[in-house]
Design a protein around this ligand. Structure first.
Ligand code: BES
Ligand code: MN
Ligand code: ZN
Length: 501
């Protein structure tokens, strides 16, 4: 998709469709029964005039994701005018704008429209932030995971023009930044969307390697020998059961001028298919476990964005890729594995495999000298019980690092919620015969999984993102297709940028 900027008056721009935001400027909230006060957020009298009757009729209210399409709008050079509702003006922010841009793309691409112009609303969002949000939202909305349909329509928007005024250089930079981040998010979504027979650990390593060559990153991909040689007994415990070879993928970004003291480590769970192993999962819904590599795919996408945005901070990503299969070679409940750090783990449930691969990934990141760790993983069903499909879970061992991440998260407009890591929860992972067990039982399952990981992050400041409920959209939303979401990538990129020297 091409992205352009224009400083022309919205009414004077020739386009297949002009998109304008309508906000509700009524002050009271809904349950106070205030009448909506829709306002066309466009500093162009001709545009407001064109929308006047629609507003007066009460058809357009400004409610979030309300879309109204008008043909031959009077006084406008555009062929069509699309009004998109953005909700209350009071709470409107870049996060809403991003989704509106996605909703506009998804509305128009299904109507055989291939290009449009989006008039940046002048409400509470700066021009630079607004341009970035629109570009990000448009790319995310343009993605559909329908590659394997033989009647694939391939409806895509080819070009979007953003109408705004401001410093052209700064706007151009914002536009390019948005593009890099969103294309990286879609790159991740592509990886996650692939079924496990088309995204084995080896294939994932190849994709990472190819991407690394394109953007100028160092990439190493190791197999079973190296995993055993590093004494990654926890990772190998999972990988040993599969005929498909595992992959330990390491991506390095080492820019000149970065501070010596900071070395960020990004660790991703990449279980390319999680059957549960000997503690096998029920058949119903098991097909979804192809997305159990989303954490790893996210880290690969983050590294792509970082390589192109070039912040001055050293970053290493470690992706632990394997299948989790039942077989004659598979680990069994009761087995004891010795992790790379030396800790012994009693395997209670072979379906709690994510924490095993991450245990050694985190340990390896520390060995490589990482000073701050972040992991992302589709780790637990329990996080879905706790937070549903709306928020990803954040766990942090260090409040300062959490504050940095929370700021980045807010900027990125992704929904996440912090969950606790009190020492009391450690009780749940005590073992009779080893240092810890790999399953803390039913209650607080997302937390005991995080407590398990904490044992391997040790004293290095660390954040864990449990994206089990958010990495896959269970249903389409106005701004995004059903399927892989690419959650956490934007927050992570923003977080990494925050460390730039
Ligand atoms: N990959 C799953 C977690 C998951 C669940 C991801 C739902 C996406 C959607 C993970 O490996 C797993 O199986 N976790 C178990 C842990 C339990 C055995 C302690 C779970 O959550 O049931
Ligand atoms: Mn599992
Ligand atoms: Zn899993």
């Amino acid at each position: 998709m091409n992205t352009n900027l224009s400083s022309s008056a919205p009414s004077q721009l020739e386009t297949d469709c002009l998109v304008v935001v309508v906000l509700d400027r009524s002050e009271k909230d809904r349950n106070e029964k205030d009448k909506p006060a829709p306002s066309v957020e466009c500093n162009d009298a001709a545009v407001r005039e064109a929308a006047k009757d629609l507003i007066a009729s009460g058809e357009v209210t400004g409610k979030t994701f309300e879309t109204t399409l008008l043909h031959h709008p009077g006084g406008l050079k555009a062929k069509r005018l699309l009004l998109v509702g953005g909700g209350k003006a009071k709470t409107f922010s870049a996060a809403e704008l991003r989704k509106l841009a996605g909703a506009a793309v998804r509305t128009l691409k299904g109507k055989n429209i291939r290009s449009f112009a989006f008039a940046l609303p002048e409400n509470g969002v700066s021009a630079n932030d607004g341009v970035r949000a629109i570009v990000e939202g448009a790319f995310v909305g343009n993605f559909d995971p329908d590659y394997y349909k033989s009647d694939r329509k391939d409806e895509k928007i080819d070009a979007v023009t953003i109408i705004t005024k401001g410093d052209p250089k700064a706007l151009e930079t914002a536009m390019q930044a948005g593009r890099i981040v969103a294309e990286s998010q879609n790159f991740t979504r592509d990886l996650v969307n692939e079924p496990s027979n088309r995204m084995t650990p080896t294939m994932m390593a190849e994709r990472a390697q190819q991407m690394a060559e394109e953007v100028g990153l160092k990439c190493e991909a190791y197999g079973a020998d190296k995993i055993r040689q590093l004494k990654m007994g926890a990772f190998w415990g999972v990988a040993q059961g599969s005929d498909e070879p595992p992959a330990l993928i390491v991506l390095r970004y080492e820019p000149a001028g970065a501070a010596d003291k900071i070395h960020l480590g990004l660790v991703g769970k990449a279980v390319t298919f999680d059957t549960g192993g000997i503690s096998i999962k029920p058949a119903d819904g098991m097909e979804k476990m192809k997305y159990d590599m989303a954490g790893g795919a996210t880290m690969i996408g983050v590294m792509r964005a970082i390589a192109l945005l070039k912040p001055k901070v050293r970053v290493t990503a470690i992706i632990c890729a394997t299948e989790n299969m039942p077989s004659g070679k598979a680990q069994k409940p009761g087995d004891v594995q010795i992790a790379m750090s030396g800790k012994s783990i009693e395997i209670i449930n072979t379906d709690a495999e994510g924490r095993l691969v991450l245990a050694d990934g985190l340990c390896y990141a520390r060995q490589l000298g990482c000073t701050h760790l972040v992991d992302a993983a589709t780790l637990t069903g329990a996080v879905v019980v706790a937070l549903g499909y709306v928020n990803a879970g954040i766990f942090a061992s260090d409040d300062q690092m959490y504050d940095r991440f929370a700021n980045a998260n807010k900027e990125a407009g992704e929904k996440m919620w912090r969950l606790p890591l009190d020492d009391e929860y450690k009780e749940a992972i005590k073992s009779n015969i080893a240092d810890i067990v790999n399953s803390g039982g039913r209650w607080g399952g997302a937390i005991s999984a995080a407590m398990f990981l904490k044992e391997f992050a040790e004293d290095t400041p660390w954040i864990h993102l449990d994206i089990a409920g958010t990495a896959w959209m269970e249903e389409a939303k106005p701004w995004i297709a059903k399927g892989p979401s690419g959650i956490a990538l934007r927050s992570l990129v923003e977080f990494v940028k925050g460390w730039s020297a």
